[in-house]
Design a protein around this ligand. Structure first.
Ligand SMILES: [Zn+2]
Length: 52
């Protein structure tokens, strides 16, 4: 199965709680949470991966 990441935004002013990233098999292995931005506040450095 391609990776699924649970991500939360740590920006105090952001109302987004958490969301999931679903990768496909084509996603490069080194792709991590730092390659994305928050879909709500658009910050790039506020995302944290939640360890399940
Ligand atoms: Zn945010």
């Amino acid at each position: 199965m391609p990776a699924t990441l649970e991500v939360k935004c740590t920006n105090e002013d952001c109302e987004l709680d958490m969301f999931e990233l679903h990768y496909t098999y084509d996603m490069p292995e080194e792709t991590g949470v730092s390659d994305f931005q928050c879909p709500y506040c658009a910050q790039t450095d506020s995302l944290d991966e939640i360890e399940l």
